[in-house]
Design a protein around this ligand. Structure first.
Ligand SMILES: C[S@@+](CC[C@H](N)C(=O)[O-])C[C@H]1O[C@@H](n2cnc3c(N)ncnc32)[C@H](O)[C@@H]1O
Length: 276
């Protein structure tokens, strides 16, 4: 066993403690194998060779944490990602939410906003937007700032458009953004219905009662005990008979909170709270 192989786990755990105490960001319960891959990327970006070097750097140079956070938080996203999920929400969940006087939705781990943007478009097309509020939360301040501006990457628009169509979009995707010399931006009336906030699934608690939680491609980076914490948090945040949507590679089957839910659309990972 090389030094690297026997010590990487200790070094990473120590580094995550440092990050927690120095920067208050808690990655200690994330899946170690994914943290290891993401830190390898951070080392490369910072031109460092070892986790111990990164440890020193983080203590002396706070700007290096921006690079580490960017790597550890994995901001990859796109609009109407996994179109059948959105189609299922549109066809099966929104008609139920349409019977409520107002609709509250929480997108946890919203990254640069593409998931809440998609939700706002769908609510608009189903005639629900005016009485809906979308809470969109994340731990990455760079992503949240971009999301708040409604900025879309021009190079992603083709992908967004094709996802939108596959997800059952009823209009032309180009109706929903405008392009200026500063970039492409989501329409203001859609953006207005989204409240962006800094909230950590690792350390923060319930902040509102909602009818639908959508948390996709986030839990995949967490260890089992953190996943369990988050499922309990969602259970506590949902109204009776509320909905929970998670990512295509994620399941809640192994969590204690599973018994509080029924599988509403198992293929698309949509769960519904049972009556307690
Ligand atoms: C891969 S993106 C998923 C974005 C979007 N939900 C999607 O499916 O396209 C993962 C997001 O989870 C966020 N995240 C990671 N840990 C988090 C935590 N403890 N609390 C809240 N958000 C977190 C990251 O900052 C990142 O923006």
């Amino acid at each position: 066993v090389t030094r690297d192989e026997s010590t990487w786990e200790f070094e990473i755990r120590l580094l995550l403690e440092t990050i927690f105490f120095r920067y208050k960001s808690d990655f200690r319960e994330y899946s170690l194998s994914s943290v290891r891959r993401r830190l390898a990327l951070a080392l490369k970006k910072l031109g460092l060779d070892t986790i111990s070097q990164l440890q020193d750097r983080l203590l002396s140079d706070t700007t290096s944490f921006d690079v580490v956070l960017q790597c550890l938080s994995v901001p990859t996203t796109e609009m109407f990602r996994d179109p059948p999920y959105f189609k299922s929400l549109r066809e099966n969940v929104l008609p139920i939410l349409a019977t409520y006087p107002s609709v509250k939705i929480w997108i946890a781990g919203c990254s640069t906003g593409e998931e809440p943007f998609s939700m706002a478009i769908m609510l608009h097309e189903e005639g629900l937007l005016a009485r809906s509020l979308i809470y969109a939360t994340d731990i990455n301040p760079i992503s949240l700032r971009r999301a708040e501006a409604g900025l879309l990457r021009i190079e992603d628009i083709q992908k967004h458009t094709s996802n939108y169509q596959k997800a059952g979009g009823k209009a032309s995707f180009s109706e929903y953004y405008s392009t200026t010399e500063k970039g492409s931006f989501l329409r203001q009336d859609l953006l207005e219905r989204i409240a962006f906030a800094d909230h950590s699934l690792s350390t923060d608690s319930v902040f509102a009662e909602v009818h639908l939680v959508s948390c996709r491609n986030v839990l995949i980076y967490f260890g089992r005990s953190l996943q369990n914490r988050v499922f309990d948090l969602f259970n506590d945040s949902l109204s009776p008979r509320g909905f929970l949507g998670i990512g295509s590679k994620e399941t809640m089957r192994f969590s204690p909170a599973y018994s509080a839910f029924e599988e509403f659309d198992a293929a698309n990972r949509v769960y519904r709270r049972r009556i307690a």
